[in-house]
Write a protein that binds this ligand. Structure first.
Ligand code: AMP
Ligand code: GLY
Length: 424
C-alpha cells in the first residue's frame, strides 16, 4: 500500500514508525514531515492545511490510505474532500471534527446525550461574561470557543485573571474569530488522564490510558504547554474508571454523533478529570494526542494499518487490538522560554546514542536541517520515549536516554511519571 501521513510533529513520527512496521506498507510519504520522519518516510513539501494540494498529491501518487495527524485539516474537512474524490482516509469528517473545533458544539452534544462534564455558560459580550464571573465561585475556567493552538484556556483563580482572559478573547480578539465566543465553565478538581479510542462510526475500542504533563515546570508549575511529557498506562484509570468512561462517555457519544448525522470515525481523544473514580470530560480532541501518542503507540502490538482500515470500513467490532503489558514514558526536551519566546537554530547532539538504547525511541518535533546539522526550530524540540516492565523502570530508561541529548538552552521536566508512582 502507498500511505500518506499528514503532519510534522513527534506524534507523526510515532505514527510513521508504527505504520512502517506494517508488512502491508510499500511506500510511506509524509506531508510536510520533519527531519526525524525523513528516516522513515519520503517528506513532501505540502503544508498540513493545504487540502487541495494534498488531494492532488494523493491522486497523482496512487495513495491507498491517508492518515491525518493534526486537527486543522480535520476541522477544515479534509476527510469529506478526500472521500468525495474517491480516496480512503482515516479520521472524522468535518461535522464530527467539530467536537474539537468548537468547544460550544462539544458542550451541546455532551448536554444532549447526558455525558458528564463541567457546567458551562456561553458569552459573546465581555460585560455579561464579567457579570457572570462576579456571581461564580472561583476558580473558573474560561475557554475560547474555537481552535487556539492549546492557548485558549485560562483557569482563573482571581477576578483579575478572569477579567484579563475575558477581555483578551472578546475585546482584544487575541484568538481572532476562534475567541469571538467564550465558554465559561465550572472548575473540576481531580487528576487528569487521556483516553484515546479508535472509532468506526458505531463501535469504539479504547487504547491504553495515558497522562500528559501540560505545565512547563516540575510539579505542574508555570504556564501550560502543548505537553512536556506523557506516560502510559495512567494508574488513575482503573478498570472500574475505564468501564465508567466506556459506558458514560464513549458509548453515548458515538450513539449521539450517529444520531446527529455525524458518525464519528477516527481517533477520539477524551481529556478527562477523574475525581474519586468519577470521570468527567474536560475536552474532546478529534485526533491522536501529542505527546500521548508517543507513549501509547510503542505499546501497540497490532498492525495499525489493519486498525485504520477496520475503522474506515465499520468493522472495528470484529477487530482484536493488542497491547504490550509494559509501561512507556515520553520526556519532552524543549527550548528554554517555551511556551513564550525562545531561541532557535541550536545544534542538537546525542540523538543517535539515545535511540541506540534498548526499547528507546526519539521522536522529533521542532527540528530542522541547517548546513548539514540538526538544529532546534521549535519550542518542543523532541520527545524521548522508553519502555520498561513497569512505570518506574520506564521513567529510569527514559531519563537515561534523555540525558544523553543536549542543545543550548535545553529544558525538560524532571518529574514525568511521578504522579503514577504515587498511585502504585
Ligand atoms: P482544554 O484545552 O479544554 O483541555 O484545557 C486545557 C487544560 O486546562 C486542561 O488540560 C486542564 O488542565 C485545564 N482545564 C480545562 N477545563 C477545566 C475544568 N473545567 N476544570 C479544571 N481544569 C480545566
Ligand atoms: N496532549 C494534548 C493534546 O494533544 O491536545
Amino acid at each position: 500500500m502507498n500511505i500518506l501521513l499528514i503532519g510534522s510533529g513527534g506524534r507523526e513520527q510515532a505514527l510513521a514508525w508504527k505504520i512502517k512496521q506494517s508488512p502491508r506498507v510499500e511506500k510511506l510519504y509524509c506531508a510536510p514531515g520533519n527531519p526525524g520522519i525523513a528516516a522513515l518516510a519520503e517528506n513532501i513539501d505540502i503544508a498540513a492545511d493545504n487540502i487541495s494540494g494534498l488531494k492532488e498529491f494523493a491522486l497523482a501518487n496512487k495513495i491507498d490510505l491517508t492518515v491525518v495527524g493534526p486537527e486543522i485539516p480535520l476541522t477544515l474537512g479534509i476527510v469529506d474532500e478526500f472521500q468525495a474524490a474517491g480516496l480512503r482516509i482515516f479520521g472524522p469528517g468535518k461535522a464530527a471534527a467539530e467536537l474539537e473545533g468548537s468547544k460550544l458544539f462539544a458542550k451541546k452534544i455532551m448536554k444532549r446525550y447526558k455525558i458528564p462534564t463541567a457546567n458551562h455558560e456561553v458569552f459573546e459580550d465581555a460585560q455579561k461574561a464579567l457579570e457572570h464571573i462576579y456571581m461564580s465561585r472561583l476558580p473558573v475556567v474560561i475557554k475560547a470557543d474555537g481552535l487556539a493552538a492549546g492557548k485558549g484556556v485560562t483557569v482563573a483563580h482571581s477576578l483579575v485573571e478572569a477579567k484579563r482572559a475575558i477581555n483578551a478573547a472578546l475585546k482584544d480578539k487575541v484568538f481572532g474569530a476562534a475567541g469571538a465566543r467564550i465558554v465559561i465553565e465550572e472548575f473540576l478538581s481531580g487528576e487528569e488522564a487521556s483516553i484515546l479510542a479508535f472509532c468506526d462510526g458505531e463501535h469504539f475500542v479504547p487504547m491504553v490510558s495515558a497522562q500528559d504533563h501540560k505545565a512547563v515546570y516540575d510539579e505542574d508549575k508555570g504556564p501550560n504547554t502543548g505537553g512536556m511529557g506523557a506516560y502510559s498506562p495512567a494508574p488513575v484509570v482503573t478498570k472500574e474508571v475505564l468501564n465508567t468512561v466506556n459506558e458514560t462517555i464513549f458509548a453515548p457519544l458515538l450513539a449521539g454523533m450517529a444520531k446527529e448525522g455525524a458518525p464519528y470515525k477516527g481517533v477520539l481523544y477524551a481529556g478527562l478529570m477523574i475525581n474519586n473514580g468519577v470521570p468527567k470530560v474536560v475536552e474532546f480532541n478529534c485526533r491522536f494526542g501529542d505527546p500521548e501518542t508517543q507513549a501509547v503507540l510503542p505499546r501497540l502490538q497490532t498492525d495499525i494499518i489493519d486498525i485504520f482500515e477496520a475503522c474506515i470500513d465499520g468493522k472495528l467490532a470484529a477487530k482484536k487490538i493488542e497491547w504490550a503489558d509494559s509501561a512507556a514514558v515520553c520526556v519532552v526536551l524543549a527550548a528554554d522560554g517555551y511556551p513564550g519566546s525562545y531561541e532557535k537554530d541550536k545544534e542538537i547532539s546525542g540523538i543517535e546514542a539515545a535511540a541506540a538504547l534498548p526499547e528507546t525511541f526519539v521522536f522529533q518535533s521542532g527540528t530542522a536541517q541547517k548546513d548539514g546539522k540538526l538544529v532546534t526550530s521549535g519550542g518542543r524540540v523532541l520527545g524521548v520515549t522508553a519502555l520498561g516492565a513497569d512505570i518506574k523502570t520506564a521513567i529510569k530508561n527514559a531519563y537515561k536516554a534523555a540525558d544523553l541529548i543536549s542543545f543550548s538552552g535545553l529544558h525538560k521536566r524532571t518529574d514525568i511519571g511521578k504522579k503514577a508512582l504515587a498511585r502504585l
